[in-house]
Design a protein around this ligand. Structure first.
Ligand SMILES: Nc1ncnc2c1ncn2[C@@H]1O[C@H](COP(=O)(O)OP(=O)(O)OP(=O)(O)O)[C@@H](O)[C@H]1O
Length: 234
């Protein structure tokens, strides 16, 4: 592990218990339980279609699983309405989904500033911070560019900048650098891992990249919708 370890401990920030989910007749996840502690870096790996994205979307409260429970920062998600879920996500969690999921009508800069603007921060200060995060993510050239004009990799850089600007306590990332070349992807992941280590945020990252998994505290490998193996690496 190249990053400096922080203390990993305390009450879990995320607990999944007995999660099952199917899309029509396709069973994606069949009974997954896992728990993530503050500051822990967890890599979720496994072959295509094994259920990784579904687990991440359930953890983020974007998918309501057919059975099982999700607890985020001690709060049970089942009873929470959509507004409450959105509030919880905005205040403590950052999401980086596979295709960036940026707001198409806004510039790169305003996409990054958006979480702060929604939280009522001073717009000038929010944009100043957004520019500095774009620079750190190698995306300063995208400040005035709209998402429809960005490549997949560029959108991922902007999405990572947006995820880190709020100093989240939990980062949920689904193949956050899958559209970048290997060097660019490595640099951006280095930044995410480094930031998580520095700030003490927990990071759950879905990845096909073995080198990322090797630098996590724990690797959870899925196969056909169940946890096939779990390795503590740190
Ligand atoms: N919206 C959907 N509608 C129907 N089937 C879906 C949907 N999303 C996922 N699936 C199916 O559920 C299963 C698990 O998909 P999921 O995307 O969670 O796997 P994954 O491990 O993240 O795959 P990948 O590595 O290719 O992104 C797969 O068989 C997939 O085809």
């Amino acid at each position: 592990m190249s990053e400096t370890s922080v203390n990993v401990g305390g009450e879990p920030v995320l607990v999944l218990d007995g999660i099952q989910h199917a899309y029509h007749r396709t069973v994606a996840v069949r009974g997954i339980s896992l728990s993530v502690r503050p500051g822990e870096i967890v890599a979720v790996t496994g072959p295509s279609g094994c259920g990784k994205s579904t687990v991440l979307h359930v953890a983020a409260g974007l998918i309501r699983p057919q059975s099982g429970t999700v607890r985020l920062f001690g709060q049970q998600l089942e009873g929470a309405g959509d507004d409450e879920r959105a509030r919880l996500r905005r205040s403590k969690i950052a999401l980086v989904l596979q295709f960036g999921q940026l707001v198409p009508e806004l510039t790169g800069l305003d996409n990054v500033a958006l979480p702060l603007l929604l939280d009522g921060h001073d717009p000038k200060e929010a944009r100043r911070l957004a520019l500095s995060w774009l620079e750190r993510c190698g995306a300063q050239d995208l400040a005035e560019v709209g998402p429809p004009e960005m490549s997949g990799g560029q959108a991922q850089r902007v999405a990572v900048a947006r995820s880190l600007i709020t100093s989240p306590q939990l980062i949920l990332a689904d193949e956050p650098t899958g559209s970048l070349d290997s060097i660019g992807g490595r640099e951006l992941l280095d930044l995410m891992l480094g930031e998580a280590r520095r700030s003490g945020a927990a990071l759950v990252v879905v990845t096909h990249d073995n080198s990322v998994a090797a630098r996590a505290d724990r690797e959870i490998r899925l196969l056909d919708g169940v946890i096939a193996s779990e390795a503590v690496l740190a």
